[in-house]
Write a protein that binds this ligand. Structure first.
Ligand SMILES: Cc1ncc(COP(=O)(O)O)c(C=O)c1O
Length: 385
């Protein structure tokens, strides 16, 4: 049976051409650590790591590659940022469609005297940035927000949020897990202080690679999450204060960085506009097909504007998990069901506690994936009736 992979919102597959070769090349031919050796292979690894910082900085229109910090994923990035910046008594504002990568650290920080308020999005997942103003108090230190919901695919108007943060002297931290590699994410236009990313979704890189970008002032206000060897200032027992070393203790995931490097080169060659165009075409056709079916609720926006390649549906008469299971068992179509680690998003979108079946496309999908998924869904639903 042909497998149709429609779970790119969880992690993209296939990865970009060149990723496997780049990782294999590192492991087979290079193998060295960075910043710690005075031999050729160490210089090569160092060069690729630096170039990857440059590619990431360019992608986010950020001028300083040394402010690109590597982590293992965006969850780690968000933990490092939140736990590094927030102090007892601080208040944080989030949207009601955040992933648990944001919500769980904030709940954990409650025991340290940090509070948060949620700004409710509409049932289509749309944020009214003006609602943020009502939640601002004198203790508000940061707004932390996803750029797009991983449940509905709705993109939030973060440029307006960034302006509100600037007007009120509040830090602005962005979770770009669902957008970078699909839309242009511009650090300056968003007026962000920190943007966190993960390498294995739309960036088309391997798992185990993520990071964040920070402004100078924000990085200075942050404390470190872990400390240790950096290969720099090794005569001292204290962590270097400069970037990226301040936040990169221990050996990096260098095979992962080689993979991400290849993925970023592929994205540059292909062009974000082309990726977006193809993905949105597939999504639009998929939504049009869904709209012709009885008994399906399309969650979030129905059009192709301000959305990503994620489409969630709820089939109120049936069990969503069973539909997702049958899509795979009978038709080889991989989707994701349940809460997608974002319970508050489901409460907002009216899909709590039943969850949704999530179809998430990449530009590697083709039109026959869309038609096969629609046909399979139709058959499954008609068999249950
Ligand atoms: C919006 C959002 N934030 C954070 C994450 C967590 O990503 P990772 O598991 O790579 O840390 C995800 C993953 O689904 C996500 O969709």
């Amino acid at each position: 049976m042909r497998q149709i992979y429609l779970d790119n919102g969880a992690t993209s597959f296939p990865k970009a051409p060149g990723v496997v070769d780049a990782m294999t090349h590192f492991l087979a031919n290079v193998g060295s650590n960075t910043g710690r050796g005075i031999y050729e292979s160490s210089f090569e690894a160092e060069h690729i790591v630096y170039e990857t910082r440059e590619l990431i900085a360019e992608l986010f229109h950020f001028p300083t590659p040394s402010h690109v910090i590597f982590t293992k994923n965006i969850t780690e990035s968000i933990n490092v940022i939140l736990k590094g910046i927030l102090r007892a008594g601080d208040h944080v504002i989030v949207s009601s469609v955040e992933h648990n990568a944001v919500m769980r650290p904030l709940h954990a920080l409650a025991s340290k005297g940090i509070t948060f308020s949620k700004v409710k999005c509409s049932t289509e997942g749309v944020l009214n940035p003006e609602d943020i103003r009502q939640e601002i108090k004198k203790e508000t230190r940061a707004v932390v927000m996803t750029h797009a919901s991983n449940v509905s695919g709705t993109i939030l108007d973060l440029e307006s949020v960034g302006q509100i943060c600037r007007d009120n002297g509040i830090f602005f931290i962005v979770d770009a897990a669902q957008t970078v590699g699909f839309v242009d994410v511009d650090f300056q236009k968003l007026q962000a202080d920190a943007i966190a990313f993960t390498g294995h979704k739309s960036l088309l890189g391997p798992q185990g690679m993520g990071g964040f970008i920070v402004s100078e002032a924000f990085a200075k206000s942050m404390t470190t999450f872990i400390e240790g060897g950096t290969g720099s200032l090794s005569d001292r027992e204290t962590q270097p204060e400069y970037l990226p070393d301040k936040f990169e203790a221990g050996t990096l995931n260098i095979p992962g960085i080689y993979g991400l490097h290849a993925a970023l080169q592929y994205l540059n060659q292909t062009g974000l506009e082309n990726i977006q165009k193809k993905e949105l075409h597939l999504v639009t056709q998929f939504i049009l097909g869904l709209q012709e079916m009885e008994g399906i609720r399309i969650i979030g926006k129905k059009g192709s504007k301000e959305r990503t390649g994620v489409v969630s549906i709820d089939v109120p008469e049936f069990d969503n998990a069973s539909i997702s299971y049958q899509l795979y068992a009978k038709y080889g179509i991989a989707t994701r069901c349940g809460m997608h680690c974002a319970p508050s998003a489901h409460e907002t979108l009216g899909t709590f506690p039943q969850g949704t079946v999530r179809f998430s496309f990449s530009h590697f999908n083709e039109m026959n994936d869309v038609t096969d998924a629609l046909k399979a869904l139709k058959e499954i639903i008609s068999e249950q009736q």
